[in-house]
Each structure stands twice: as C-alpha cells, then as structure tokens.
Design a protein around this ligand. Structure first.
Ligand code: SAM
Length: 223
C-alpha cells in the first residue's frame, strides 16, 4: 500500500494508478483523455477496506461488504467512456457501492445523483467523497430502479448492477439526447447495453459481455 509523504503527495500511489491505466485501460482501447485523467486522479485504494488496499490497482472487482463489490477499473473506465459525460451533464447513477465510480463521474460532470439500496454502504460512500472534497454529488438511499423523479430529467444514466431489463422509470427520466449505460442479464449471462434517446425514439446498442452483482428492486430482480 502507498502512503502520502509530508507534503501530502503520494508518488507511489500515482505511479501505481498510471501503470494500471496504461496496462489495463489504455491498452484495452479506452482512449478518452478526460476519462483516463479522472481514473488517474481518483485514489481507488481509499474506496476499499484496509485489508484490500494492496489490491487496489489490480484489474478486478473486489468485495466492499454486504455481499457487494467495487467494479473492475477497466469496466469503470469503459462504461464512463461509453456514457460520454460532458462538463454540463447531470448524471444519475444507480448503485453507489463504494462511491468509486461516483467519484470518477463527479470529476467529469456538473452534478451526480447517486442511489444505493443498502443503508450500510450509503454512509461510508458519502464520507469518502466528502474526504476527497467532492461537492457536486447528491446521495440517496433507496430503490434505484424507480430513479430520482424529483431531479429528472438526466443527461446521463448509469446502472452498476445487472437487471433483467432497463427499468422503465430510468428510460422515462432520460433527457432528449441523453445516454444510458447498463448491464443487462442474469448471473450467468450479462452484456452492457447503451441506450440513446432521440425524442421519443430509443436506439439500443449492445456492448461487451460483463459480470455484475444483481440489480434488486421493483423493476429489477427479486431479493
Ligand atoms: N460502482 C460501484 C463502485 O464503484 O463501488 C460498484 C457498484 S456494485 C457493483 C452494485 C451496487 O448496486 C451495489 O452496491 C448494490 O447494493 C447496488 N444496487 C443493487 N440494486 C440496487 C437498486 N435497486 N438501487 C440502488 N442500488 C442497487
């Protein structure tokens, strides 16, 4: 595990993140410079329990408690690139988990609204982002398959747990010109889906195969 020096710099941590970004993200095809810079800036180790911080820069999902995981760095980068977040975007994220993906989105977007259904994950995620000085994120604990109607519409929607279909409420809350990225499928077979809204039309593009924890809720899987 790396540690900041007296000046607050954490050179070993920065080097480890750069290596991960080149080996696991850039080489696999993610080229959006804003995404790569955000991945370099956010200290992934701070989103993990102490005993797992040494594994922070390995390209794999890791447990964060309550049977949930922090997503694999390549998948975080890939989904964020597909989402095409701009500095004006208002983003809705379903599945806060550790708050790592939230922190990446917050560096790229105007505002992020993030929803997590498990109470005991919400509070620590909120504290981690506060500790990093992130001020453009709103947190809510509840069933994200229903979205965040009082803050809709959203320019971008990202779901970080796999459901049987895209929850209709989230499509309704997607703004004209908006993009949604979500894993769809069951425990055995999942694929990322990108949905773009053009007025009343929704254009769906299947992306890569993935493996996420289940989206549980009214328009997700049953618990
Ligand atoms: N992106 C997160 C990170 O960087 O740590 C990882 C998210 S984890 C793979 C998926 C999260 O979705 C879990 O924390 C899970 O509790 C949450 N989740 C599942 N169903 C949900 C729902 N209906 N509403 C909100 N969160 C949900």
């Amino acid at each position: 595990m790396s540690h900041p020096d007296d000046t607050g710099r954490d050179d070993a941590g920065i080097l480890a993140r750069r290596r991960m970004i080149f080996d696991d993200i850039y080489r696999r095809g993610v080229r959006d410079e804003r995404v790569l810079r955000a991945m370099e800036d956010v200290p992934r180790e701070q989103f993990l329990p102490p005993e797992l911080q040494d594994a922070a820069f390995e390209d794999r999902a890791l447990p964060i408690g309550a049977g949930q995981t922090i997503s694999q760095p390549y998948i975080v980068a890939y989904m964020t690139e597909q989402l095409d977040v701009t500095p004006e975007s208002r983003v809705l994220e379903i599945g806060t988990g550790s708050g790592y993906q939230t922190a990446i989105l917050a560096r790229l977007a105007r505002e992020v609204y993030t929803l997590e259904r498990i109470d005991r994950l919400c509070e620590p995620a909120c504290r981690r982002l506060e500790a990093l000085g992130v001020a453009n994120v709103r947190f809510r604990c509840g069933d994200g398959t229903l979205g965040w109607p009082d803050a809709a519409p959203f320019d971008r929607v990202i779901i970080t747990a796999a459901g049987p279909k895209v929850p209709p409420a989230l499509l309704n809350q997607l703004a004209d010109g908006g993009i949604l990225v979500a894993p769809i499928g069951d425990e055995q077979d999942q694929r990322l889906l990108k949905v773009q809204r053009y007025g009343p039309r929704l254009i769906e593009t299947p992306l890569i195969a993935v493996r996420f924890v289940r989206l549980i809720g009214e328009s997700g899987w049953k618990e």
